[in-house]
Design a protein around this ligand. Structure first.
Ligand code: AMP
Length: 122
């Protein structure tokens, strides 16, 4: 797959506000936050979408949730709560084709997250 902006962040070719890093993953602040706390957790392995997660990636994808909870705790939003979201393809609102877990918190979030855009499957 083609490199995305997240590959550049992993390789430190462009800056990011990094919150956590280990051999498998990276967590950094979203550049366009949608909540008082909004960060992304990504695998260092480039996987384009949720649809591309392979059998061998299952542990890695679980690790992203582990890191999300760890960083949320460090940022002080764990007890009140937060939301994790992984968008997939156009209808899911995905814009960067390297899977990433959004972690949003720091205020009461609305639900459901539908927009008024008229596009549906029918
Ligand atoms: P999605 O629309 O689910 O693919 O989410 C992509 C997210 O990446 C958006 O929330 C963007 O604000 C965020 N983003 C894009 N470029 C950067 C960047 N250079 N640093 C941090 N976050 C970014």
């Amino acid at each position: 797959m083609a490199d995305t902006i997240f590959t550049k962040i992993i390789n430190k070719d462009i800056p990011a506000d990094i919150l956590y890093e280990d051999e498998l993953s990276l967590a950094f602040k979203d550049i366009n936050p949608q909540a008082p706390v909004h960060f992304l957790v990504i695998p260092k392995k480039a996987i384009a979408t949720i649809n591309d997660i392979g059998e061998d990636d299952r542990e890695l994808v679980g690790h992203l949730s582990y890191v999300a909870a760890k960083v949320a705790d460090e940022l002080g939003i764990a007890e009140e709560g937060y939301r994790t979201v992984m968008n997939c393809n156009e209808f899911g609102g995905q814009s960067v084709y390297h899977i990433h877990l959004h972690v949003m918190g720091g205020k009461l979030l609305g639900w459901p997250p539908f927009t008024d855009k008229p596009k549906t499957l029918e």
